[in-house]
Design a protein around this ligand. Structure first.
Ligand SMILES: [Zn+2]
Length: 276
């Protein structure tokens, strides 16, 4: 084993990385799901313990069904920030845009529980102009909620045309490349970008130059996340946080802190901050 591999192995075993500036960076994880198939395998107490062990100070949670989010929130209101995923089951990822009964469901949940966002939902291209998506954008406006969209740039633009004052958290940076992300951030002041499942940011453990430039240009517009969309993803909550800290440590400390947790804290904790 080479010395560098050896170091990586030690870091993985310890499950923790300190940033170049000393103390371990707290993380606001902006992309956690606690879906129905996970509830028995990783019970709520265990899920919360995994998040805390990974050094998370907050987690933006959405689940199929939303009962998963409520289970985690009941367990740790100081840690969990609930967002309302429109799906009643995981099987609705692509059908929901054609299903008006989703709106009845969402309105019902909004009456019962408190949320900071609607999402994460999946919609691409022209489908963002379908009635159900339009109604979701309107509900977000009425309730002062952010939209957490797993969408290409085209769909994000369509939602901003529906409501120019919408606030959108762009999951996975839409899997768009840095020049397109930059263009979007310049054009839309209410667009924030969440970086889960983007191995191209630091493919060899070091942050890529194009991304670095973007982070320095827009330090207030990025957040990190794990995206626990399967049971297996709960196994990598700790190691994902470690690799995120590793590339964040290559940025100026102020920028790293904003991306790690400060942006999430200032944007997504309204109404929940007193619970800490
Ligand atoms: Zn997701």
């Amino acid at each position: 084993m080479s010395p560098s591999l050896h170091t990586i192995a030690i870091v993985l075993i310890l499950g923790t990385t300190t940033c170049a500036h000393g103390a371990e960076l707290p993380i606001f994880d902006a992309h956690i799901h606690y879906n129905q198939d996970v509830w028995e395998v990783v019970p709520p107490k265990e899920a919360i313990a995994l998040l805390r062990k990974a050094g998370m100070v907050r987690a933006l949670v959405s689940s199929s069904s939303d009962d998963g989010t409520q289970k985690l929130y009941a367990e740790a209101p100081d840690l969990i920030i609930p967002e309302l995923r429109p799906y009643r089951t995981s099987g609705e990822i692509s059908s929901w845009v054609h299903d008006e009964s989703i709106i009845v469901h969402v309105k019902d949940r909004l009456k019962k529980y408190k949320y900071v966002a609607l999402g994460e939902f999946h919609v691409s291209g022209a489908k963002a102009d379908l009635l159900v998506v339009r109604l979701i954008v309107q509900l977000a406006k009425q309730h002062g909620l952010m939209l957490h969209a797993h969408s290409d740039a085209d769909a994000v633009e369509r939602m901003f045309r529906q409501d120019p004052e919408a606030r959108i958290l762009w999951a996975h940076a839409g899997y768009e490349q840095p020049p397109r992300v930059r263009e979007m951030l310049h054009r839309y002041k209410n667009l924030w970008v969440e970086l889960s499942s983007r191995p191209d940011i630091a493919p060899k453990g070091h942050v890529e130059a194009e991304w670095r430039e973007l982070f320095l240009e827009f330090p207030d517009r990025f957040m990190v996340g794990t995206d626990t969309f399967t049971t297996e993803r709960w196994n990598v909550v700790g190691s994902n946080a470690s690799s995120v800290r590793k590339w964040l440590a290559e940025l100026p400390v102020e920028v790293a802190e904003h991306i790690a947790y400060k942006n999430g804290e200032s944007l997504l904790t309204a109404g929940f901050s007193t619970r800490r």
